[in-house]
Design a protein around this ligand. Structure first.
Ligand code: PHE
Ligand code: ZN
Length: 884
């Protein structure tokens, strides 16, 4: 099947085509007359030719999409039809504008028909907006690009009984009653902002309120707006918000800059949340939490996302992005900041482990697949497709590299300088790097390559010990595999944080590099800048074990450490990240050996060191249960698949299952003892230590349940008795694997929670991720369940996303039915919500990672998606790049 011919194929936008805007908008006065079927938006824009524009005679072009134009005036006078054109793409062009003009437009839109949730839409009878990246053009005519920053005032009129609450950005500036049961409210945002940060929320909502006193003594009103009945689920979000505000003052000196900070929660949302100035809009999943409905993971998600959106107020809003290729300027930096914040709230090491696990699970595969792109992409067809783990998580890693390279103090000076230079303006990634460079005096030019080059670098280490000379030579080499459009890669500057352990005693040794006068103790950082570098250590009394990439000092794959060294590091390293990682790498190596044996038809065998490691871990668990909980489980199926030339999801799953059963049986006593010792967790609290104890206990339960019926009975008892969702869900996910216990437990769970949509999402996910043979058929059937709807993105993700991304074993079912059902869903969803459809199609694009016949079946489903009539730009981009 061929791709659509190039004449009709959507066009790519290129980074190097950036041109400054022809016109700037000094102020925008908006008036909304809200009605679900026909909302009228009146806009008054004060426009002025941009002195920095290249073409001083360029026409005035305003973006628009799906707008019905009702009226247009220029400088107060009706504008004749002959003086402007409406483009096929919905835009409005004035070919001969004066250099300064006041443009008034009146348009009509239909929020209730907006199922894409971009622009102004309705959800549960209320109004919400989503404007990033290009949604504002679906509300009114405007130069909808982030480098046009404008002062907005907004007036909203609506029926008072149905829409008692009327919110927009900035500070409240008046309210009152109008005619015919209507009322109005006015909002003024004193800070210039790009259109993508515009927001409006209106409806029947209630606020949970609090306040925060800033460092300069101003009281800020904090409101979280939810549906009536959800007020008891806002406490943790509010607490997280106050801690975030305090942290940003203490660590970066950033103070909040409005009188009120509003958060509105909505059930229909394409992403996690949105940082609109003074009016964040959140997916309910990242606001609502109470112990009996939300898991520990949900609580952590709330804390992280609340912090992330709040931190955008300075990194994203006060200083924004010049164009969408610079997206990581705000996203990578803000993820780095929310990671720092969460690390400071509890255990830094455990937070780091979780973040790296996430990076490896989502970003590494992206970097090795058809959608691989640099942190600063060079082109896109649909910008929605570039809100990716690469832009967010790898972007955060690159900011961390700069932080590591220049140190915390210089980094803080660099942030100050960055904001001083670019406050109230739209900046580039180069601007950020320049500020860091100027503040630190360190030449950071080589780090630009981290933003320009896609792919995950592979680092190999080779050590040589010279007993006579008491000298140890460490050779580090780097290589980045080719990615689409980038066949040749250059070496990157890679900081390798490291130390040396004595191979015999496992003790950390002081290190002295050739040429240094004194030995150093503890971790030091080597810079690998070329394809290969040698580091010579003197006075090394005995053969050492190198501990490399401590704290995951760079987003690379470290390859080829011998098994005995990994074991020493897993048991003895002083750096908790490397200790954890070495344990995982050791287990992965053993398991990959078992996978190979399985494929040859040989019995799997068993490495007793794995059981020993579990026992040792449990014996020392009390010192740091949260760390023990990270170290206890075997590496995941995806992590193992990524280390094979071609994945074999079935063999991986069977080996992992076999091993879990075996370890569960061999270590049953110790597992049971730990499980029982941690039984009394007291009233629920989402602090790090309590989460650690629950995680450890549930990790023990998982092994015990894998080992047999005794463990399953424990799970059943926990399911029946537990008072918090973390423990209920941990038990349910185990029971769901059992033909005996699964159906009854799932039915009971649904009956209990059918009224809570976020819990029903969990009910869908658990079934989608089951290893049971009928799972693909079950997922098909569940799409017809009365609680399922393609219109709700959370529901789509909880069933179809969980199946395709969280259940490799059953998604890659030999029958191909997993692929077919995903393609069917993408085709059905694309006309409803293209951006969610484009996300959903991703796993099919990774067909090259599978062996035949799976790869061929995946490719054919991708071709079927691409052949669907009227495919959206975004889904077209994902499917066509997947086939290229
Ligand atoms: N900018 C949002 C964030 O990272 C994400 C987002 C992008 C939300 C596009 C909606 C649409 O916090
Ligand atoms: Zn963000």
């Amino acid at each position: 099947m061929a791709a659509p011919d190039t004449a009709t194929a959507p066009r790519a936008i290129h980074r190097l085509d950036y041109r400054p805007p022809a016109f700037l908008v000094d102020s925008a006065d908006l008036h909304f007359d809200l009605d679900p079927a026909a909302t009228v938006v009146r806009s008054t824009l004060v426009l002025r030719r941009n002195p920095k524009a290249e073409d001083r005679h360029a026409p005035l072009r305003l973006d628009g999409e799906g707008l019905t134009l009702l009226g247009i005036k220029v400088d107060g006078v009706p504008f004749p039809k002959t003086h402007y054109t409406l483009g096929e793409d919905g835009s409005l062009t004035v070919p001969n504008p004066s250099d300064i003009l006041v443009l008034e437009t009146e348009v009509r839109i239909a929020p209730e028909e907006n199922t894409a949730f971009s622009g102004l839409y309705t959800s549960g009878g209320n109004f919400y907006t989503q404007c990033e990246a290009e949604g504002f053009r679906r509300i009114t005519f405007f130069p909808d690009r982030p480098d046009v920053m404008t002062r907005f005032t907004v007036a909203i009129t609506a029926d008072k009984a149905r829409y008692p609450v009327l919110l927009s950005n900035g500070n409240p500036a008046g309210a009152g009653d109008g005619e015919g049961g209507k009322h109005w409210a006015k909002w003024e945002d004193p800070h210039p902002k790009p259109s993508y940060l515009f927001a409006l929320v209106a409806g029947d909502l209630v606020a949970v309120s609090d306040y925060f006193t800033t460092k300069s003594g101003r009281d800020v009103v904090l409101n979280i707006w939810v549906r009536a009945g959800d007020e008891d689920k806002c406490a943790y979000a509010m607490d997280s918000l106050k801690r975030s505000m305090k942290w940003d003052e203490e660590v970066y000196g950033f103070e909040y800059d409005l009188d009120v900070f509003n958060i509105a929660a909505v059930s229909d949302f394409n992403m996690g949340a949105m940082e609109n100035k003074g009016l964040n809009v959140f997916n309910t999943k990242f606001v609502l939490a109470k112990p009996d409905t939300a898991t520990d993971g949900d609580y952590q998600g709330v804390e992280t996302v609340i912090a992330h959106e709040y931190f955008h107020n300075w990194t994203g809003n006060r200083v924004t992005c010049r164009d969408w290729f610079q997206l990581s300027l705000k996203e990578g930096l803000t993820v780095f900041r929310d990671q720092q914040f969460s690390g400071d709230q509890g255990s830094r090491a455990v937070k780091r482990i979780r973040d790296v696990r996430g990076l490896r699970a989502a970003q590494f595969p992206e970097d090795a697949g058809p959608m691989a792109h640099p942190v600063r992409p060079d082109s896109y067809i649909e910008i929605d497709n570039f809100y990716t783990p690469t832009v967010y998580q790898k972007g955060a890693e690159v900011v961390r590299l700069l932080h590591t390279r220049i140190g915390a103090q210089a980094f803080r000076r660099g942030m100050d300088l960055y904001v001083e230079r670019h406050d109230n303006s739209a900046a580039t990634i180069e601007d950020f790097r320049a500020a860091m460079q100027d503040a630190s005096g360190v030449d950071l030019s080589a780090f630009a390559k981290w933003y320009e080059q896609a792919g995950t670098p592979e680092v190999t280490a080779e050590g040589e010990y010279d007993e006579a000379a008491r000298r140890y030579t460490l050779t580090l080499r780097q290589k980045t595999p080719p990615t689409p459009g980038q066949p040749e890669k250059r070496p990157l500057p890679i900081p390798v944080a490291m130390g040396l352990l004595d191979a015999g005693t496992g003790r950390e040794q002081p290190t002295r590099l050739q040429g240094e006068n004194e030995a150093r103790t503890g971790t030091r950082t080597l810079m690998l800048e070329d394809a290969e570098a040698r580091f010579v250590f003197e006075d090394v009394p005995a053969p050492p074990v190198p501990s490399l990439l401590r704290g995951f000092s760079a987003p690379v794959k470290l390859k080829g450490l011998p098994l005995d060294q990994l074991r020493t590091l897993a048991a003895r390293d002083t750096d908790p990240f490397t200790r954890w990682d070495s344990g995982q790498q050791y287990a992965a190596a053993v398991m990959l050996g078992m996978v190979a044996a399985h494929r040859r038809g040989e019995p799997p065998g068993f490495d007793p060191a794995l059981a020993e490691a579990v026992r040792a871990n449990l014996a020392g668990a009390d010192a740091d249960p949260a760390f023990a909980a990270e170290a206890l489980p075997l590496p995941g199926e995806g992590f193992l698949a990524d280390q094979m030339d071609l994945a074999d999801p079935e063999a991986i799953h069977l080996v992992r299952r076999h091993l879990r059963r075996r370890i569960g049986a061999e270590c049953a006593d110790a597992l049971r003892e730990t499980y029982e010792r941690l039984a009394d967790t007291g009233p629920y609290s989402p602090d790090g230590a309590s989460i650690g104890r629950r995680s450890l206990r549930n990790a023990c339960l998982a092994y015990l349940a894998a080992a047999g019926e005794d463990g399953m009975r424990l799970a059943r008892a926990q399911f029946d008795a537990a008072a918090n969702m973390t423990d209920v869900l941990a038990a349910l996910s185990l029971l769901a694997e059992s033909e005996e216990h699964g159906p009854a437990a799932l039915a009971a769970f649904h009956a209990r929670w059918r009224g809570d949509e976020l819990v029903v999402d969990k009910w869908f996910s658990i079934q989608a991720m089951s290893a049971q043979a009928g799972t693909a058929a079950r997922v098909r059937e569940l799409q017809r369940h009365p609680d399922f709807s393609l219109r709700n993105p959370n529901r789509v993700r909880s069933l179809l996303g969980a199946f395709a991304s969280g259940n490799p074993y059953r998604f890659h079912n030999r029958s191909g039915e997993g692929y077919a059902l995903l393609a069917d869903a993408v085709i059905a969803l694309d006309p409803i919500n293209a951006s969610t459809a484009a996300r959903l199609v991703g796993p099919l694009g990774l067909w090259r990672r599978q062996a035949p016949p799976l790869s061929g079946m995946m490719r054919r489903e991708l071709e079927r998606v691409l052949a669907a009539p009227n495919l959206s730009k975004g889904t077209y981009e994902k499917a066509s790049k997947g086939l290229a």
